[in-house]
Design a protein around this ligand. Structure first.
Ligand SMILES: N[C@@H](CCC(=O)N[C@@H](CS)C(=O)NCC(=O)O)C(=O)O
Length: 223
């Protein structure tokens, strides 16, 4: 039996959260090693464990993987969440990248000044409502399947449900015009492994706040 993957990151969402999310429906138990201090990060650097001196880093199948996107596609491929052929993969990649562009707006949110945050919040709402969510609503409408690609759960669905819930934390009414996405949210949230991940006490992390940003700035000697 292979060892559990070990995730090296802060005890917060950041770039690692999508990896935690993807391991959930894969039904994979994982361990977490939290970067608690600058010294901890330097120790990882000295060990040569961080190829580009960056986290997330995931120990999996004898590799010390870095680069979020590479880690996610490895997990998606390994756990059958990456479509059945090259074309399905291509669609999954497109849908995932769209969601990740939207999520990037949220990931930087707490690094902004209060004034910039106000503008960014409006931008998140606008982009979600006019650029990204209409695409996924239309896909579901056109093919009438339960999931985005190949009528089975894939990485694209997992990325989308994470984004829906994350945007809702910032703009609670964001789905009001998207009836099929509302149904999608209910359906995917009720898959046993995902339901478990959504329950209190799981390895899902709370929303990022100013304290978390100050902590990471300290670790990376930023500002
Ligand atoms: N392209 C990388 C970027 C990773 C990244 O920027 N990680 C940040 C923490 S979220 C980091 O380690 N920063 C330290 C540095 O760049 O020196 C990925 O997607 O994993």
């Amino acid at each position: 039996m292979s060892e559990k993957p070990k995730l090296h990151y802060f005890n917060g969402r950041g770039r690692m959260e999508s990896i935690r999310w993807l391991l959930a429906p894969a039904g994979v138990e994982f361990e977490e090693e939290f970067l608690e201090s600058r010294e901890w990060y330097e120790m990882l650097l000295q060990d040569g464990a961080l190829l580009f001196q960056q986290v997330p880093m995931v120990e999996i199948d004898g590799m010390k993987m870095v680069q979020t996107r590479a880690i996610l596609s490895y997990i998606a491929g390994k756990y059958n969440l990456y479509g059945k052929d090259l074309k399905e993969r291509a669609w999954i990649d497109m849908y995932v990248e769209g969601v990740r562009d939207l999520m990037d707006l949220i990931r930087v949110h707490h690094k902004l000044s209060p004034q910039e945050q106000q503008k960014n919040l409006a931008l998140i709402g606008e982009k979600a409502a006019t650029r990204y969510f209409p695409v996924y609503e239309k896909i579901l409408k056109d093919h009438k399947d339960d999931f985005l690609v190949g009528n089975q759960l894939t990485w694209a669905d997992v990325q989308l449900i994470e984004a829906i819930l994350t945007v809702e934390e910032k703009v609670p009414t964001i789905l009001s015009e998207f009836l099929l996405l509302q149904a999608f949210k209910a359906r995917v949230s009720s898959i046993a492994t995902i339901k478990k991940f959504l329950q209190p006490g799981s390895q899902r992390k709370p929303p990022t706040d100013e304290k978390a940003v100050a902590f990471t700035n300290r670790i990376f000697n930023r500002r």
